[in-house]
Design a protein around this ligand. Structure first.
Ligand SMILES: [Ca+2]
Ligand SMILES: [Ca+2]
Ligand SMILES: [Ca+2]
Ligand SMILES: [Zn+2]
Length: 347
């Protein structure tokens, strides 16, 4: 069993024996019905602090107060199975505190004080993340990545924490502070773990080395802001989980972590996966700044199929450079290599 926490400062990640893992996220039976039913949902885009640029917003016990109203956006929900629940091709909300959201005409309009709001958030952001993955060619030109209805539980965890649990192939979001699934970047971070678990069987054994675990956290942070920046760009794109962080990060801007910190390998390693992961996420972020989202995300995702479960950062970086050569040629690979060299990860 392995639980991969989102983790806040001071709490140590739970990384348990990979030996118990026997069920990977890959083998699934389809749960959805007729594909591509559409509907409407109200969400944050990606979260109120980032979209409104307002660092004074606070949780206020899940209240739906006036300053938050401008943060709501009504979006099209796609890939629903058409039976009235938030069940679809790529996301499957199967448990929550309170009732599961249900609408005969697929209209899911709630405010944040209603627990069904977080269900809509998770459905939308997981579905859009999978659609983005497929837009890069994964599932057609390249191997699929977590291309199945992702099971999701909402708000049934009192802690201020969320996790991806590969044994049961589910994402679970907590209620502590700001409800975790009110922030798209928390949802996307956990989905990042589920993606890696589906790419390596299981990436769960990633807990077998600190550096591998750090790559898992670094990628998931990167993925959170990468997808958020493609779908709902905001002014400070490198800040992860701007809204969830208001409950536990007192400095401004409120960020759970960042992907643009000036950290070096191995100098800044401290043996804590969420911290050390920021060396990896910074590298991925720089690759993206240099090559653009499409090329960067394609080679980053493709490389992860080849990561050893107990990989070191230098080994994973070399795989990423080699993948860049294979997909896009020497020039692109040289850019990727230079980024990892600038972080000290490659010589
Ligand atoms: Ca809420
Ligand atoms: Ca929270
Ligand atoms: Ca952000
Ligand atoms: Zn994590």
């Amino acid at each position: 069993m392995r639980l991969t926490n989102l983790l806040r400062a001071g709490i140590v990640v739970i990384a348990l024996s990979a030996m118990l893992v026997s069920v990977s996220s890959a083998a699934q039976s389809p749960k959805s019905g007729p594909p591509h039913s559409q509907g409407f949902g109200r969400i944050f885009f990606p979260n109120p602090v980032a979209s409104l640029g307002d660092q004074t917003l606070t949780d206020q016990d899940d209240a739906d107060y006036p300053a938050l109203q401008a943060a709501y956006v009504v979006v099209t929900l796609t890939n629903l199975d058409g039976r009235g629940y938030l069940h679809g091709d790529w996301a499957y909300i199967y448990k929550s505190v309170g009732p599961l959201a249900y609408s005969e005409d697929n209209t899911f309009i709630y405010d944040r004080h209603d627990d069904r709001f977080e269900q809509v958030m998770a459905y939308y952001w997981v579905t859009e993340a999978q659609k983005y993955i497929q837009s890069l060619g994964f599932g057609t030109k390249y191997r699929p990545i977590n291309m199945e209805p992702q099971d999701i539980r909402i708000n049934q965890l009192g802690l201020d924490n969320s996790y991806s649990w590969d044994k049961f192939d589910m994402l679970r979001f907590g209620k502590g502070g700001v409800d975790d699934a009110e922030d798209a970047e928390v949802i996307l971070h956990e989905y990042g773990h589920a993606m890696m678990d589906s790419q390596s069987d299981p990436f769960g054994s990633f807990g077998s080395s600190i550096e591998a675990g750090s790559i898992g956290e670094g990628f998931s942070d990167y993925w959170a802001v990468a997808v958020s920046n493609v779908i709902a760009p905001t002014a400070d794109p490198a800040c992860v989980a701007d809204w969830d962080a208001v409950s536990y990060i007192s400095t401004e801007p409120h960020c759970l972590r960042r992907v643009d910190l000036d950290l070096y390998y191995p100098l800044d390693l401290v043996g804590q996966v969420h911290h050390d992961g920021q060396i990896w996420s910074r590298s991925l972020w720089d690759i993206r700044l240099a090559l653009g989202a499409t090329i960067a995300d394609t080679l980053i995702l493709e490389a992860q199929f080849e990561f050893a479960p107990d990989t070191s950062m230098p080994a994973a970086a070399q795989v990423t450079v080699d993948t860049a050569t294979r997909l896009f040629g020497e020039q692109v690979a040289a850019v990727v290599q230079a980024v990892f060299q600038a972080r000290g990860i490659l010589p």
